[in-house]
Design a protein around this ligand. Structure first.
Ligand SMILES: Nc1ncnc2c1ncn2[C@@H]1O[C@H](COP(=O)(O)OP(=O)(O)OP(=O)(O)O)[C@@H](O)[C@H]1O
Ligand SMILES: [Mg+2]
Length: 711
């Protein structure tokens, strides 16, 4: 019973008692003079006003006994028979013994002895208001009116009604009649708001009397006294824990949660600061999006959030957070467990996730724009919703999407080609298949020609359908090799023994042969791609020399003839074999170094003349940094070694580079100039089917292909 119900109960019972009293005695004198009335009145008061609904504590027994003792003094001397003294004795006994019991128990003995418990129980039975004052009331009534009188019978009926029919219950029903809503509400009440952690989360102390069970992610509602305007707020239970032997819940309240529910609630039925459970069917759509709340130490680039969700999330997952009315996207890069100390020795375990900012999504531009501020603490974090598809231009290419979303990751093909791109990752991660797909996309541009330096033999087979051209005829290749070998032998002689004329002729032959062959390849519109493979010669020096001369010739043509209006992509597959890092090259290996230099020249200046590199390597450590650092776009698949991580951290930033070792199959990190959104991000490469005709399983990519074909 709440206090309101108790008052109603007292009122009803008292009016009835007075009416019965007036009826049996014909006047109101009994109000002041009669013992039966005063004990009946006290019975009502004690039962209804003092909270002793189920059992009386020692202190209650003491109060009851003292009250009873005082009321016995009202009994006029003529009625003080032996029973009076028995009552007086009992009352004395109760007062004294319960006082002693209180005193003993206050000393909080480790183990109560059974005698104490026995007396305490006994006292509670005798000292209950209904026992003690019922006896007084009936005795008083008999004394006053005699046992066979109508008056006594009337009072007896009153008492029977009162005790047996359980008037408190009737009072409750009556009060519910007047106040139906409030009581239904009362049933759902959970506890009281105790504190605010920040504007969005509240601490609620659960009441012991609550009838409703609670579980995490239940929805609740309340009217908060600190709100300026009176309104019903809705919330979500995020956490439940024990603290100081009490149960607490943490409630998140946001306008998003408010908006999940209809607004037709009756504010009057709420008691301020009492939190009520909402029994409506759970809003599962919301819970399927809700990830957690922003935690401390977040920054503009990187948010930290407390994971508090029904759903599972993972690295690479795209999240959205509302800052004012803007939606800002973040990508998960890390998570760690944490223990938070509560008071006393209680503690609670949490998972704190980390996500880097990708920015605002500009749908028209199909890209992320950086956002210059961060969300407040406790702001809810959600899984990003899907977006509408948007067409991209033929110059652009969707290379994949953000994991588990339909946010496209788009690069500008032109920039990727001319400003050099590197694709790195350990073996088997899909570098080559990705690069070949990219090359096919490059080739959709009529003015693009591709020269692959592939010593693995893989490309010849995979590009079979494109009928790769041979830049230099087999016959010439053979001639060139013989020349290289002759030249290298000749150069080993002392200068005075060298045949200068023949050397000059050989040099001219090499240059013109390579230059002419390249020119005819570039001018021939039917030839798009050429694959330069490991020739059938054992002498590596010659191979390197040959390659070097080829690049030199290419660079010269690029400079003088602008590649005849073409853009040229030079693909360096297994780049460490072609452009090894300085440390990895034997000092004596001059030809290797000069090859490196000729490629470095393209790397440094190539873009001015529309010659770009596509560098494919397993480890960044053993590939020339002179060339890698010129790659303005980097796509990194899984990498384990520390040097690669450190090198890539320069491009991606520390946080995101850390996840290189845990990237999943077909996932990569991209950053750089060609990437349309100017922030590094984790993306997922669609499944690429390399058959006779190139197909990509991803639907949108097909749309994209059609686009470019239309052109
Ligand atoms: N996007 C993808 N779609 C379909 N299959 C893929 C994809 N990525 C990788 N694979 C599979 O993984 C295999 C290895 O890919 P790939 O040859 O490209 O690896 P790599 O990184 O070039 O390895 P290595 O460094 O050893 O050359 C492919 O044969 C293919 O079966
Ligand atoms: Mg490969």
């Amino acid at each position: 019973m709440n206090s309101k119900q108790r008052l109603i109960f007292l009122g009803i019972a008292l009016i009835l008692l007075v009416l019965v009293g007036y009826f049996v005695s014909g006047n109101f004198d009994f109000l002041l003079n009669d013992f039966w009335f005063s004990s009946g009145f006290l019975l009502l008061i004690l039962l209804s006003l003092i909270d002793q609904p189920h059992f009386s504590k020692d202190s209650n027994v003491f109060v009851n006994a003292v009250t009873a003792g005082i009321s016995l003094l009202l009994v006029q001397t003529e009625y003080r028979n032996w029973l009076f003294f028995v009552f007086l004795g009992i009352v004395f006994y109760l007062a004294i013994s319960s006082y002693i019991l209180m005193w003993i128990r206050n000393k909080s003995l480790p183990k109560e002895n059974s005698l104490t418990r026995f007396f305490s129980k006994l006292n509670r039975e005798i000292g209950k208001p209904e026992t003690l004052f019922s006896a007084f009331f009936l005795w008083g009534a008999i004394n006053k009116f005699g046992i066979n009188s109508n008056a006594f019978n009337a009072l007896l009926i009153y008492w029977v009604l009162f005790m047996i029919l359980n008037i408190p219950q009737i009072a409750k029903i009556i009060s519910e009649l007047f106040d139906k809503k409030e009581n239904v509400k009362q049933e759902n009440s959970l506890g009281l708001i105790f504190g605010v952690q920040s504007k969005n989360t509240l601490l609620v102390k659960l009441s012991v009397e609550r009838k409703e069970k609670i579980s995490l992610f239940d929805f609740v509602e309340f009217v908060y006294s600190m709100d300026d305007e009176k309104k019903i707020r809705k919330g979500l239970i995020l956490d439940a824990y024990f603290l100081n032997d009490q149960q607490w819940i943490k409630v998140l309240t946001t306008s998003e949660i408010d908006n999940l529910f209809d607004k037709n609630n009756d504010i009057e039925s709420f008691t301020k600061d009492v939190v009520y459970k909402i029994k409506e069917k759970s809003k599962t759509e919301y819970l399927e999006k809700f990830v957690g709340i922003i935690a401390e130490n977040s920054t503009i680039e990187k948010i930290k959030f407390i994971y508090n969700s029904k759903i599972t999330i993972q690295e690479g997952q795209l999240l959205e957070v509302k800052i004012k009315d803007k939606t800002i996207y973040y990508q998960i890069i890390n998570g760690l467990t944490k223990i938070e100390q509560l008071e006393n020795k209680n503690e609670t375990g949490l998972i704190v996730g980390e996500a880097i900012q990708l920015g605002m999504w500009e749908h028209e531009k199909v890209r992320f724009e950086p956002f210059g501020w961060l969300p407040e603490i406790n702001t809810p974090v959600y899984i990003a919703s899907q977006i509408e598809n948007k067409e991209i231009t033929s110059e652009e290419l969707k290379i994949g999407q953000i994991p588990n979303t339909n946010f496209p990751v788009i690069i500008n093909k032109n920039l990727a080609l001319t400003h050099h791109t590197a694709v790195v990752g350990v073996t088997g991660t899909g570098k080559s298949i990705f690069s070949r797909n990219l090359i096919r996309e490059y080739l959709k541009d009529d003015n693009v020609k591709v020269i692959c330096i592939d010593f693995t033999g893989e490309y010849k087979e995979k590009f079979n359908d494109l009928k790769p051209a041979t830049i230099i005829s087999d016959e010439n290749t053979q001639k060139l090799y013989t020349t290289f070998e002759w030249v290298s032998n000749e150069l080993e002689k002392f200068p005075n023994q060298q045949d200068k004329d023949k050397l000059k002729k050989a040099d001219d032959f090499i240059k013109t042969t390579l230059s002419d062959s390249l020119k005819s390849f570039l001018e021939d519109t039917t030839k798009k791609i050429s694959i330069f493979e490991l020739p059938d010669v054992a002498n590596t020096t010659s191979i390197l020399e040959y390659t070097k001369q080829l690049f030199k010739a290419l660079f010269n043509i690029a400079k003088s003839d602008r590649c005849f209006g073409n853009k040229i992509c030079v693909v360096l597959e297994e780049a460490h074999t072609v452009i090894p890092e300085w440390n990895f090259v034997g000092v004596a290996d001059k030809s290797s170094l000069s090859l490196l230099n000729s490629i470095a020249q393209i790397a440094l200046q190539g873009r001015k003349y529309d010659v770009g590199l596509l560098v494919i390597a397993q480890r960044t450590a053993n590939v020339s940094k002179t060339i890698l650092t010129q790659c303005n776009t980097i796509i990194a698949f899984q990498e384990f070694d520390k040097t690669s991580s450190e090198f890539l951290a320069n491009y991606f930033g520390d946080g995101i580079a850390k996840i290189l070792p845990t990237l999943k199959f077909r996932q990569a990190i991209i950053a750089g100039k060609a990437l349309k959104s100017n922030v590094p991000m984790i993306f997922e490469v669609p499944e690429i089917l390399e058959n006779d005709n190139q197909t990509i399983s991803d639907d949108e990519n097909n749309v994209n292909h059609e686009n470019s074909n239309d052109e």
